[in-house]
Design a protein around this ligand. Structure first.
Ligand SMILES: [Zn+2]
Length: 222
């Protein structure tokens, strides 16, 4: 798998420190499943953090030492790790195109059936019990189809499981991770040849341009 787009160090460190909300943590975990480069990068970042701790003066090794050391290296202090999403169950899963499977990181998550969201486009909702402000979706979009042009009210994270789309900024293929925010206005177009399946985390709402797209977006809660 040729992966070209990766989470930034901020995402990797925040995941390691238990600082990411459930949705972003799941997407970064799914990325790490398929990306050796990011797994190595994360280990390297953790080793740097560990080395800084070892060099710290003894008085720093008080309970708040880790927080203070992380502060000095410009990294958020770790919070208590989030509770597990749910116990692993043998929940039935909506079907995926042949050759694609649901990532292991989603094992404990309830995933809805596929629902229509436009010609050649379907979505499934992935339950995030302990997250109030964001929604995690699986999207399945046919070759040549595109999601309506939109902006975001908050963060939008995408992890591609199969196929590829071009949103005018770049082409995102299998294993690629993308993070956009309210500054980005884009229209992802799925490349010819392969059904595209991706996971999308949306904080707040997408703002679709065009009346019908806006109606459908509001109606499915996207
Ligand atoms: Zn990566």
């Amino acid at each position: 798998m040729m992966i070209n787009h990766h989470p930034t160090d901020d995402f990797l460190l925040a995941l390691a420190a238990g600082r990411l909300a459930a949705g972003p943590a799941l997407l970064v975990s799914v990325h790490l499943e398929s990306c050796v480069a990011c797994r190595e990068r994360l280990h390297a970042l953790q080793a740097v953090g560990g080395a800084l701790l070892e060099q710290a003066a003894p008085e720093l090794l008080a309970p708040e030492a880790l927080a203070r050391t992380l502060e000095r290296i410009d990294m958020p202090a770790p919070a208590a790790p989030a509770a597990p999403v749910a116990a692993a169950t043998a929940t039935p899963r909506p079907s995926l195109p042949a050759g694609t499977s649901w990532p292991a990181s989603l094992r404990g998550c309830a995933i809805s059936d596929w629902h229509w969201m436009g010609p050649g486009m379907r979505y499934a909702r992935i339950a995030l019990p302990q997250e109030k402000d964001g929604t995690l979706w699986a999207l399945q979009i046919a070759p040549g189809r595109s999601l309506a042009r939109h902006t975001h009210t908050g963060l939008e994270l995408t992890q591609v499981l199969r196929g590829a789309f071009d949103d005018g900024r770049s082409v995102f293929g299998p294993g690629d991770f993308d993070a956009t925010d309210s500054d980005v206005r884009h229209q992802p177009v799925v490349q010819e040849g392969t059904q595209c399946v991706c996971l999308a985390y949306v904080e707040g709402n997408l703002r679709f341009e065009g009346r019908i797209a806006g109606l459908i977006g509001g109606w499915i809660g996207m």
